[in-house]
Write a protein of this length. Sequence first.
Length: 163
Amino acid sequence: MHRRSLLRFSLAAGASLALAGCGFQLRGLGSDALPFAELDLAGPNDAFTRLVRERLTAAGVAVGDAAPLRLNLGRETFHEQRLSVLNSGYQEYDMTLKVSYSVQRSADDAYRLAEQQLEVQERFSISSDNLLAADDRRDEVRQRLRETAVEQLFHRLHVLDDA
């Protein structure tokens, strides 16, 4: 009897997982492909723009001037705020990255997405005992913020097409 109920439970769990997986795939949430094959990228020569260009290329999107859509990126700005100094010798900080962006048609400069702003933040701690590593820690946080912002940007670009 126990074996039979375990078998039923296993079959029910397997069927529900299969159906849930199909549902996500049908809605397009399982696909990372962008809806266009070509994109022009305009922005400052900073780490965020380079990361966007790298990720577009890795996603199979050709980056070039002849593309029907242009992604305009603003300058990345970081803001760091010290939140507290803990008794254990740690300092807690909050770092925020803000980047503005817009998408235009190249043919007539009409906005497909008016200027919007990406904003991501992360809280981190630095030990007072290891201040030499503080700059490395900040650089790691900046890079993670850039990567998170690029992911958010790609999610927002999924609504576009070449038209």
